[in-house]
Design a protein around this ligand. Structure first.
Ligand code: TXA
Ligand code: MG
Length: 333
């Protein structure tokens, strides 16, 4: 593959169509196309082409047994990829698709082991971002796509982040602007009698339970592996330290005294020590805005070459559950 990655921002309706035709042709030829979704940018390949899908693992440096989510244009394609679909999964699809929800379901026999990591299930999602939707319609099939970052790193929420990490490894990057949700989809295991949230994300557990009128189950030993649940993930180079409420100023002072360059991610810089080795990165107080800005903030920590980033966990309700989950994984050794 050439070392150029073409970055295209679909613009007017006419150029959109030409861009999508070109992107779809690349996918049909077994090439990789990065595209925006409402959660994070994805690194896409033709889900029906195992050689193409293998290129994703190569580009990301990701272990081959980690399953990929197959993205679909609409819920009508659900039965093409999954079987034995429980009624509650159809209701979740009807309520939250297009949107940041991934359903884990028994796979149809044709779904490649390269996509599922050898599992007998497949992850399916219908994204709501208009560029993702246009690409899926132009392509006509399923697009296998993980987040478009190097393995274990922070997911990209801007086209520039994809370029920074995967320049040359991806043929085309569709630039759809900043992602509106900012954290990945909620992954729901829909293979059992009740849904089980394997990864909290853009659709809250509260919303799922409200729609279904039943409580979600808890993951057990028998639940499918979801390597996004690895303890350390979504991590910047810097050490991330979770600080108890009200402790940012004190912790910052300790880190500065130890000679480290410190980033503080918080809604306000009030009370923080004034020091040229301290970088304040504003994280909005509102949890939805916080989700949107989180990965950008973590990237900023590394860009400024900070040694340590200090942050408080949000309240773990609504989208705060997903933000706290990502911060814990970023902080895990
Ligand atoms: O929002 C998202 O979900 C983004 C966008 C691009 O759609 N995608 C994403 O993909 O976050 P990825 O590969 O970075 O994370 C997907 C997670 C992985 O932890 C994978 O192990 C899990 O989903 N997964 C996929 N298929 C699975 C399956 N059949 N069983 C269990 N876990 C599965
Ligand atoms: Mg990922």
């Amino acid at each position: 593959m050439s070392d150029a990655s073409e970055v295209i921002a679909p613009g007017t309706a006419a150029s959109d169509e030409a861009v999508m035709v070109k992107a779809a042709a690349l996918l049909h030829a077994g090439r990789l196309v990065a595209f925006p979704t409402e959660t994070v940018y994805g690194l896409g390949a033709d889900a029906a082409n195992p050689t193409a899908v293998a290129r994703i693992f190569q580009a990301k440096g990701r272990p081959a047994d980690h399953p990929l989510i197959v993205h679909l244009a609409d819920a009508q394609q659900l039965d093409d990829w999954a079987r034995d679909i429980p009624d509650y999964a159809r209701r979740l699809a009807a309520a939250f698709w297009p949107g940041p929800l991934t359903l884990i379901l028994p796979r149809q026999p044709h779904v490649s082991d390269v996509v599922t990591g050898g599992l007998d299930t497949v992850g399916l999602r219908v994204p709501s971002h208009p560029v993702a939707h246009a690409l899926l319609v132009a392509f006509g099939g399923g697009i296998a796509a993980p987040s478009a970052n190097r393995f274990g790193r922070v997911s990209p929420t801007r086209a520039q982040h994809v370029l920074d990490e995967l320049r040359g490894a991806v043929e085309m990057i569709l630039d759809g602007g900043p992602c509106s949700v900012g954290v990945e989809s909620t992954i729901v295991d829909a293979t059992g009698p009740a849904p089980v949230v394997l990864r909290p994300g853009g659709v809250t557990r509260e919303a799922i339970e409200r729609v279904l009128g039943i409580a979600c189950g808890e993951p057990t030993e028998a639940s499918p592996r979801a390597p996004g649940r690895l303890k350390s993930h979504y991590a910047p180079e810097a050490t991330v330290e979770l600080v108890p409420r009200g402790g940012l100023a004190k912790h910052a002072a300790v880190e500065l005294a130890a000679g480290r360059r410190v980033a503080v991610l918080a809604p306000s810089a009030a009370d923080l020590p004034v020091d040229e080795r301290l970088l304040f990165i504003r994280l909005p107080a509102d949890v939805e805005a916080q989700a949107r800005e989180l990965y950008l903030a973590l990237r900023e920590v590394d860009r400024a070459r900070c040694d340590v980033a200090l942050v408080e966990l949000p309240d773990e309700k609504g989208l705060g559950t997903a933000v706290a989950d990502r911060l814990r994984k970023a902080a895990a050794p």
